[in-house]
Design a protein around this ligand. Structure first.
Ligand SMILES: [Cu+2]
Length: 431
């Protein structure tokens, strides 16, 4: 007797990745030999103290369970359920989460499926193996300046500046930018998720020669160990990265000339309005583009400190993963996932219309460069093409809209799930 589970609408091993958001799954008897009647099974995590674990849901919405009983017909007809990573139990290596299918009649396992609970983690506390897989994937994407990374560097440029900054679309545009890059990294190594640099805490393990490098104070050039694949990093035909911190990277939080970044709790308070009673509003929260975001950028001199050159430095993507995490956590704290609610996103605009602000910053506008529009006021080139697809979800599509970035976990609309999560931002159904 054998049973199996599949999920993400895809039976292949390449699709066995989950975050905190529940995904459709099904269990079936693949070999009913020895069974005379429908078989009651229990889905459970194989007992391990480390690594990934899974949570089960019989339906949506429902409470997450540690295990789930299902009755599987002899015909092999699948039985539906839902599956997610168990919060605070992410994987450490690929496929280290093992779901067992146990026959409740005799407690024998009749099937096991291995998957990865893949989420974005704090870069400062990655294992050496997690760090090395990330660096290898980044270096492959850059390919010493000859690879696809050049498109990402070229998008975040002077021409792209008004598409991405100083307006309501700043958080969604950068969420899409990171997702596109992360999917490219995952095509190289599917066990990689983009980590975040918590710039409001010291990150001594990030600023080492084995990770994002250590600056030579005499030249401003970033030095790497001989085993770090970033040693061959190259952009615009020039080898190396120039990045000089204005703060002690071993002991301090990111600190610019005007002072340190505001802390995470202070960032969440930015959203608080002045009405009575005060509510948290997106239009106020997005002021975080200044401090902490801008402050973190200018806590260095060098390419990361200016928009046209910032994305030359791989640290940019870890900085922005934290910027995006702060928005995601603010969204969770305040239940701000409804794109049609002005406290979750504003301005609001109709598709194809200029909306209430510059095109590219209204919820129904498509975003450059993924829309491939090169007529004014959009830039005259659109490097990189459409959004990278995913085996795990159809969202956000090839030409994402600003609004498609809001409900990133598929809380309100399951089909909106973008397929990424942060280690400290859970999935919760709305009340
Ligand atoms: Cu930035």
């Amino acid at each position: 007797m054998r049973a199996e589970i599949t999920f993400n609408g895809n039976g292949t091993a390449a699709a066995r990745y989950v975050g905190w958001a529940p995904v459709p799954a099904e269990a079936r008897l693949s070999d009913p030999t020895g069974a005379a009647a429908p078989v009651t099974v229990r889905l459970q995590n194989q007992s391990t103290t480390q690594g990934g674990q899974v949570a089960f849901y019989s339906a949506i919405p429902d409470a997450a369970r540690d295990d789930l009983e299902l009755t599987l017909p002899l015909s092999g007809t699948p039985v539906q359920f839902f599956l997610a990573g168990r919060f605070q139990r992410p994987s450490i290596v690929d496929r280290d989460a093992n779901v067992q299918i146990v026959n409740t009649a005799d407690d024998q396992a009749i099937g096991t499926t291995s998957l990865m609970v893949r989420v974005r983690k704090n870069a400062n506390s990655l294992t050496a193996a997690e760090r090395n897989r990330l660096l290898a994937a980044f270096a492959t994407l850059n390919n010493a300046g000859m690879g696809r990374f050049a498109d990402f560097r070229n998008v975040h440029s002077s021409a792209g500046d008004p598409e991405a900054h100083q307006n309501a679309g700043f958080p969604p545009w950068h969420r899409a930018f990171l997702l596109d890059l992360e999917r490219e990294l995952q095509q190289i190594d599917p066990s990689v998720a983009l980590p975040y640099w918590r710039f409001d805490e010291p990150a001594p393990n990030l600023f080492t020669r084995d990770f994002m490098g250590v600056t030579d104070p005499s030249t401003g050039r970033v030095l790497f160990s001989a085993t770090n694949p970033l040693q061959f990093w190259s952009t615009d035909g020039v080898i190396g990265i120039v990045r000089r911190p204005r703060f002690n990277t071993q002991t301090q939080l990111a600190t610019a000339l005007q002072g340190p970044v505001i802390t995470e709790p202070e960032t969440f308070l930015l959203g608080l309005g002045t009405t009575s009673p005060p509510i948290h509003r997106y239009s106020r929260f997005r002021r975080y583009e200044g401090n902490p975001h801008g402050t973190a950028h200018v806590s260095f001199t060098g390419s990361i400190s200016q928009i046209p050159t910032a994305a030359k430095d791989p640290l940019f993507f870890l900085l922005h993963a934290n910027v995006d995490r702060l928005w995601a956590k603010w969204q969770w704290l305040n239940a701000r996932f409804d794109v049609d609610d002005a406290s979750s996103f504003e301005p609001l605009g109709a598709a194809g219309s200029p909306g209430t602000t510059r095109v590219g910053h209204n919820s129904n506008d498509t975003m450059w460069p993924w829309n491939q529009v090169t007529t004014a006021p959009r830039p005259s080139t659109a490097p990189g093409g459409t959004m990278a697809p995913s085996l795990l979800t159809a969202a956000p599509g090839l030409r994402p809209t600003v609004g498609s970035m809001i409900d990133y976990q598929g809380i309100r609309t399951a089909a909106s799930r973008l397929g990424f999560d942060y280690d400290d931002v859970p999935f919760e159904f709305p009340n």
